[in-house]
Write a protein that binds this ligand. Sequence first.
Ligand code: ZN
Length: 161
Amino acid sequence: MNIADDCVVTLAYTLRDDAGEVLDSATAAEPFAYLHGRRGVIAGLERELTGHASGDKLDVSLAPEDAYGEHNPARVQVVPRDRFPSDIEIAPGMMFQASDEHGGRLAVRVTEVEDDGVTVDANHPLAGQTLHFAVEVLDVRQATAEELTHGHVHGAGGHQH
Ligand code: ZN
């Protein structure tokens, strides 16, 4: 069958950045499965996969606006070191919860640590990047009624519950 809304799609893929560095991957042995049409993958990739069938291989390059958006400098802030717990060592790559200007919760990533301040970035780690996916469609099947109710895939590559 061909990929359409409410299918369970099982993929192997390699995701590379512009420099060719591997950012993420899934293999036939440990595949990734998602419910098509429910934002289980980024929109640009979902659009390209629509209509493909099991066995298809495709290369998809997505500009930032089709992926995780442009990197927004306004979402980078330097925060005084004393705003962080004193008993842990802050290092680049650590994630923290912060409050945004509306009182909501926001995940921020530490990008730089200096004596007087910690630089945190609330952009998605892949913001501003062109993403290159090499995808192989391993399987396409109709989702079960239970999967559609839950909004996610059960079994291999999905939720185990
Ligand atoms: Zn479930």
